[in-house]
Design a protein around this ligand. Sequence first.
Ligand code: ATP
Length: 310
Amino acid sequence: MLKAFAKINLYLEIIGDRPDGYHELVMILQNIDLADQIDLLASSHDDIRVYCDHPEVPLDKSNIAYRAAKLMVTEFPDAFVKYPGVDITIHKRIPVAAGLAGGSTNAAAVLVGINLLWNLGLTQSELEELGATLGSDVPFCVAGGTAIATGRGEQLSPLPSLENIYIILGKYRSLAVSTAWAYKTYRQQFGSSYIRDTNSLATRAAAVHSGPMVKAILHKDAMEIGHLLYNDLERVVLPEYPQVLQLREVFANAGVLGTMMSGSGPSVFALCESKEQAEQVKLDVRKTIPDNDLELFVAPMSTHGIQVIS
Ligand code: ATP
């Protein structure tokens, strides 16, 4: 049994295009204590099976948790002969298609879990490397905590952990944003301003590495982190989704330290001074937006990406 934690983006800057068709990014990623539970069981049915009762999570080969298990079968065929089946049960709590890496963290849990189940003895960096072939966020989900991610998001530099900072997170159940759509639309609208030469790309990434947000994290200065939250994708998602913009404004007016959309959205989070403040903001937001479609979560930041429970 493993816990697979969601992530938020404290910072997301799109720098330019990469030759492989992805965007060159600089992100600061942070786990939060909102997690799916993943149960992995060796079985004898010579197959990978995925179970999940969430209507938006596919159970077939398109499930990224399935793809993670398939990758392990391909990489370690001898182990699969010895342990010829795996059942993956996903207890979904992380909102789906929400910019919270819900799928990526499930994939990371499967890599970590199968490594243990099959006694493969892979190191964390070997697991991260495997994860990068499944999706750009998977290496961070394996590593967990707080990190700068560059390249397409798969190159990680760890930062000191942030703890005891609470967030409130909101997500409209019926809204889903495709990550591919958000990046494609961004390129269409803002591609002309991309940095094009490799040296300038590296200089820009280095500036973020030593920049104000990293300093605020080193000082664990929640107020400063709140001021410096940044996400380029808000420029395309907020105009398209007025409910998301409204939620962000309601958070901003509730006296929080800062608020921002996470990843490609549509979830929006706000940093709070304390758990009590986060709970109060939750009550206030419920009063201002009395819509059952809006899910609200209060959670502290987490130092874990994946936690092995048993
Ligand atoms: P990211 O932040 O990594 O871009 P996300 O949080 O925006 O991810 P996901 O929750 O990973 O988005 O879901 C994206 C799509 O992936 C969904 O529409 C869903 O159908 C599909 N999917 C495949 N496997 C899973 C999984 N294990 N959990 C959730 N969604 C999955």
